[in-house]
Every structure is written in C-alpha cells, then in structure tokens.
Design a protein around this ligand. Structure first.
Ligand SMILES: Cc1cc2nc3c(=O)[nH]c(=O)nc-3n(C[C@H](O)[C@H](O)[C@H](O)COP(=O)(O)O)c2cc1C
Length: 199
C-alpha cells in the first residue's frame, strides 16, 4: 500500500498551518495512512495508561451511507466529501485491559470496577485527551482533519456499536483539502494574557 501523505514544513506547522478542513478533495487515503495515524495516536498519554479511546474508520461507500443519517444536516456535505471519517468512541469497559496495560498495578482494574464514577471520570478525561492526540496524529501523518460533534451519538452507537458498547464522542473527517472552500476564516483565539498565566 502506498502512502498518500504530505509532509509538514516544520514541527510547529502541525498547529499553525494544518488547520481544520471542511471540504475535502477526492484524493484517496490509504489503509496504510490510517494505520500510521493509529500508530501515532496510540501513544497519547492517558491516566494509568488506560487508553479508553477506540476508533472506527468509516471508509467504504456502504459504511458512509450508514453514518450519514446520524450526522447533523449542516455537517453532511463535509462527511460526504471526506474519503475517510473516523468515529472516535469511549469504551466504558476500558478497565478490563488494565492488567495488560498497567501490569505493575493490576489491582487498579478492581478499584475501577468497584467505582463506576471514578471509572467514568478517568475514562472520559483520558479519552478526550486521546481525541486531541488523534487529531494531531492525523496531521503528523501528513493529512488533514475535520473534527465534529454535530451528530447523533446515540444513533451512531446503535448503528455501529450495538455489540461492543462503545460510546461515540467525536467524528473526524480525514483527507486532503479541496482546492476551494476547504477553510473557514481563522477564528480569534482567547487572548494569551487571559489564557496563560505565569508565576
Ligand atoms: C470537539 C470539536 C467539535 C467540533 N464540531 C464541529 C461541527 O460539528 N461542525 C463543524 O463544522 N466544525 C466542528 N468543529 C471544528 C471547529 O469549529 C474548528 O476546529 C475550530 O474552529 C478551529 O478551526 P481552525 O483549525 O481552522 O483554526 C469541531 C471541533 C472540535 C475540536
């Protein structure tokens, strides 16, 4: 499989240049590219190395037709234009893997088993951090991402995750920018003197 990725000009460009994309070209994204994205994203740090995030890569026309009815109308054209859309989900049973992924403290699995509140809080925070890591992994792999929460999560879960119980969090379109209409105007950032304090 060949890679279809484009290189970044410098490391900081992952933040400054590789922006959110809203319309994609028909340039394909290979399964090798998707494997590279996950190879990077899986190293995002998580609490107790718990790794609660899961991903479903929607990459066939049939799968996209199943996804589209659950996407908010204002987001449908974006999903339709993307060669691949990743559904990022949280696995409520993530703690089952703790003895493997946190072997020096396997008892953490039972602590989390006994405390659904702690499990939910820890899992959702770490899954959210992994969502950020995933978006940056798309960019580091030489592609562009369009994250979206404008979709019916319960509908997506019933459509795709009836068997495994995953809970969808964010869908991320993946591909290359269209020549026209890929980017909205850059929106203002919160002023640095408010957002970042130094002591
Ligand atoms: C969690 C999340 C949810 C988002 N949901 C949507 C959405 O439903 N529809 C949409 O068009 N953009 C959505 N966006 C895109 C943001 O509006 C965009 O990333 C932000 O304005 C920064 O744009 P920039 O990368 O061009 O600076 C979402 C982004 C994130 C991270």
């Amino acid at each position: 499989m060949t890679t279809t990725a484009s290189a970044l000009s410098h490391p900081g460009a992952i933040f400054t240049e590789r922006r959110t994309v809203n319309a994609f070209s028909d340039r394909a994204v290979s399964d090798a590219d998707l494997a590279t994205i996950w190879d990077y994203a899986k190293f995002t740090p998580t609490a107790a190395n718990s790794q609660p995030l899961r991903v479903l890569f929607v990459r066939t026309a049939e799968a996209r037709e199943r996804l589209l009815p659950h996407v908010a109308e204002f987001n449908r054209a974006k999903v339709s234009s993307a060669p691949v859309t990743a559904v990022l989900a949280y696995d409520p049973a993530f703690h089952e893997f703790i003895p493997t992924t946190f072997p020096h403290n396997p008892g953490m699995k039972d602590v989390l088993e006994r405390s659904p509140e702690m499990r939910e809080g820890m899992g959702r925070l770490s899954a959210g951090i992994q969502v950020g890591g995933f978006i940056l992994a798309v960019r580091a792999a030489g592609l562009w991402a369009g994250p979206m929460t404008g979709f019916d999560a319960a509908g997506v879960d019933a459509e795709f995750f009836g068997d495994n119980g995953w809970k969808s969090l964010v869908v991320v379109n993946i591909g290359h920018p269209a020549e026209d209409g890929a980017y909205y105007d850059r929106l203002p950032r919160v002023p640095e003197d408010l957002a970042a304090l130094y002591v």
